[in-house]
Design a protein around this ligand. Structure first.
Ligand SMILES: [Zn+2]
Ligand SMILES: [Zn+2]
Length: 350
């Protein structure tokens, strides 16, 4: 039987921390469970899930729908789109059966690639390779989540670029209903021996065809959000602080100047797995703490602040009164002075 391979390639970078990743996780769960109720999809659809941050890994190799087991999306530092495309190409070569003189191979694979930001690696070669070798034999649908997606890059990859304005449960659910309806419609057409490339109409409450936006960027890092990784001083466990861009002063419109700072959006525990999904060789940008607004308690031990910095440059929590503490990163003894002061911090890659 000819299979219809469907790949989900999902951005799990730091900027997805908190609600966006929860929404996407629910979305993937929703797609899989709704496909499993459809007789056409059950007959032909095989699914695979690939996650990428600073590292790319296959979470679910190409599997028949009924055997699919729920996977937990990770979180890591970086948005390595180039590496994700190379990995996807290898997975396609490895697992999709090609049609030959003797064998009727699989139907044309479909890929849904999710991203919420700009790539943080060198993606040009990967895009060229994709265009030359894969674009004619794979249907690629790129989904840009949120408002900070650089479609000028993504448009080079495919004409099917879809923009979802907000990364909340409602929008992502709307998107995922559309995705599962599209996959079902593909599986119905292959059951009738046609592989149609027509996408079903978008639900325009949630999605639009993306127009490419002109972007002027100096840095590779995603500057809609800034993230920091800390460790609990008492329990050693890691956590993430995520700040979102916030317009401080508009109104200087004559000068075309807007001033932004970053407001705390979430501070939550993360797993040690984070480090295995992060590219530790990537350059890490800096931000001055005067641009940050809002503190948080430590999500592990509830110490006063999750924002104490050791001389080694890493963040830990601090209870506000201990004279000496041991840095969970460099293991040196440190003391904190009462005076605050702004300092430069190394932020995550986005
Ligand atoms: Zn703590
Ligand atoms: Zn230290």
């Amino acid at each position: 039987m000819r299979r219809l391979p469907v790949f989900f390639v999902i951005d799990c970078s730091e900027s997805m921390a908190g609600q966006p990743l929860v929404a996407v996780q629910e979305g993937v769960d929703f797609i899989m469970s709704s496909l499993r109720t459809d007789p056409y999809a059950l007959e032909t659809v095989y699914v695979s899930v690939i996650a990428y941050a600073g590292i790319v890994r296959t979470l679910v190799p190409l599997t028949e729908l009924y055997a699919y087991q729920r996977c937990e999306l990770p979180l890591g530092g970086g948005t390595h789109l180039g590496k994700a495309l190379e990995h996807l190409a290898k997975e396609i070569d490895r697992s999709v059966i090609k049609t030959t003189a003797d064998v009727k191979g699989d139907w044309k694979p479909v890929v849904y690639l999710f991203t919420d930001g700009r790539p943080t690696d060198d993606y040009q070669d990967a895009i060229q390779q994709w265009k030359a070798k894969y674009s004619h034999r794979v249907t690629l649908i790129v989904i840009g989540l949120g408002q900070d997606v650089d479609f000028s890059i993504l448009k080079e990859l495919t004409e099917h670029c879809i923009s979802v304005d907000q990364i909340n449960q409602e929008y992502v659910k709307g998107l995922c209903k559309w995705i599962s309806a599209s996959v079902v419609s593909q599986s119905v057409s292959v059951a009738n021996f046609q592989n149609s490339e027509e996408l079903i109409p978008l639900d325009q409450r949630y999605m639009n065809l993306a127009k490419s936006k002109l972007t002027f960027r100096k840095s590779h890092a995603d500057d809609r959000v800034v993230t920091f990784i800390g460790r609990c001083q008492k329990l050693q466990h890691p956590y993430i602080l995520k700040y979102s861009r916030n317009l401080q002063y508009g109104g200087l419109s004559d000068l075309n100047i807007n001033l932004y700072n970053f407001k705390l959006e979430t501070c939550e525990a993360i797993s040690e797995e984070y480090f295995s999904w992060t590219d530790h060789h990537a350059e890490k940008p800096q931000i001055n703490t005067s641009k940050l607004e809002g503190w948080s308690q430590c999500p592990h031990c509830y110490a006063d602040t999750a924002f104490a910095m050791c001389g080694c440059g890493n963040l830990m929590c601090y209870d506000g009164y201990s004279e000496y503490v041991v840095c969970p990163w460099c293991r040196r003894q440190v003391s904190f002075s009462a005076e605050g002061g702004d300092f430069d911090l190394t932020r995550g890659q986005g």
